[in-house]
Design a protein around this ligand. Sequence first.
Ligand SMILES: [Cu+2]
Length: 134
Amino acid sequence: MNPRTMRRGALALITTAAIGAGALGAVAASVPSATKSLRNGASELSYSPAKLQVKIPAGKSRIKVTLRYRNTGSTEHDIAISGRGVSKVSRTAQAGTGTAVSATLRAGTYAYFCTIPGHRAAGMKGTLRVVQGR
Ligand SMILES: [Cu+2]
């Protein structure tokens, strides 16, 4: 490839990158969303389900995930999402009430857990996998 052709190639690349950035802006304007519902598991200090998966639609890079938690236990609990630089906590839900936490996530593995002291260590936690659809 002669130098002139290479320069033209570089220009084409820059143009493509600029168009790509514009498309990303459009994606950010319409983030897809998914909601999952949880409650206490067989044990007071657990969630059901303890494993969740959501799929980012093809062509998108993030998804807004909402975890709705219904406190079916007998003491107060909450629900937090953390991982990949994200850290969000719901308000506390008294027994018999509900709460929710939302976060915009990229593909990866995240933890959800109760922030009431001792609860996560006792097993009140789960794993959320966010996978990229194709
Ligand atoms: Cu708890």
